[in-house]
Design a protein around this ligand. Sequence first.
Ligand code: SF4
Ligand code: SF4
Length: 482
Amino acid sequence: MNHALIPHVLIPPPTNRVLASDCTNDCDCACALDSLPVWTESAALWQRNPALRPIPLTEKEGWQAAYNPRGPLPLAVLNLAAWDILNAYAAPRPLEGESPAERTAIQQLAQAGFLLPLDTAPVVQPPSLLTAWLHLTDSCNLRCDYCYLPHHPQTMPRETAFQAIKTLVDLAQSHQYPALKLKYAGGEPLLRFTLLKEIHAHATQSAQQAGLRLETVLLTNGTLLNHEHLAYLRENHIRLMISLDGIGKWHDVQRHYAGGKPSFAQVEQAIERARNASLSPHISITLSENNLPGLPETVSWLLERSLTFSLNFYRENDCASAIRALDARSPHTRTLLEETFSRLEANPPRHSLLGMLADRASFSSSHLYPCGAGRDYLVIRPDGRIAKCQMEMHIPVTSLQAADPLAELRHSPNGLQNPSVLQKPDCVTCDWRSYCVGGCPLLAKRVSGSYETRSPYCELYRFLFPRLLRLEAIRLIKTSKS
Ligand code: SF4
Ligand code: SF4
């Protein structure tokens, strides 16, 4: 059999993302998990999505890649046989193929929105995950330059933590979320490890009784992480996110102890310890002008260890000190990001890069809101009051005592507003709008004075996005061969 004639469609994993909207990126924000459009395959006639844009792939003979600006999935890489199938739908026809391989390719293209049904509206899926940030303590042993917390000596009492679990489980049930995600956060949550264990046991039991799927992640600076913690996390299926901003001085330049002592050595040891304990931490990198020069080296270090990571561009806030935001226009910034992408292209990881390299923009799937703030996300303070975002902890809009804190939070005129990308005049006609969605609304408001405007990082995003799609297409091709 001539394998060149067998259609192959490469789509970034997880391919079931469309059906199981899930948050796999354990950054410190709330994932954008708003409704994804899905078409039922019962429509009679289908056609090639007219909005598709080719992605140039030099020296990748035999493969074509295309960008889908409206989703639900942004990217597909097709061999020539699959490309012919896609083009056969230039004129509307039924979804049918002659061989099992053809039928699989057609189904993949339909699920990704590369083939669209005629005259059938997509089914909009309800959000499937309620997320809560549990602020176990405001205390921290580090004093990172960009931290948005005032470090008041506040810790969450046990009764408040238990009340929070009860409220969250009730809210998930009454608002019909099948799953609940808890972020054990601070400050440094390992300073309250005993409380964390008690909360987690209670949450596990409560979710089980309520028939909810429970996801949990510990957001830590890594400096205190020991064998006991790791054994507990592994046994209890708690994911691990460690903040690491660079290798050596590129980390220490902005993440240090209260007295200024560097912290990289402890974080590096914690990461190695976690890997030796078969726990693969997700690495969260905050990028500013201060640590940007170290990014290529940092990414190589992470690739050698097969660690997933996400780049978060520094967001201005009142508590930050001695830090410079990325200069979106600087050729220096762009050169360093291109060098980072080159390293990823030379040594592509097994995991998709689409949700990891472009700050709040996520190319995992199309969405309308940049994050879940004000919608599917509650930030619970040590005193039981609730804010919309961890960066707005000082503006509580409701509390655990309210009859329906989620409804109050959604309708509160106080604190951040999180408009849909369709309400942002700068973004609504943009080809990237379904994945970029205008960026962090808090940052837009702070820099431009409005929530309904494009991100201050817009120019940098537009520089990165085509390169990111091309990089992911090449990664898919290379890893499909191995
Ligand atoms: S911030 Fe810029 S790149 Fe993003 S959707 Fe708006 S206009 Fe497009
Ligand atoms: S408002 Fe900004 S900082 Fe807050 S969760 Fe959303 S993206 Fe993150």
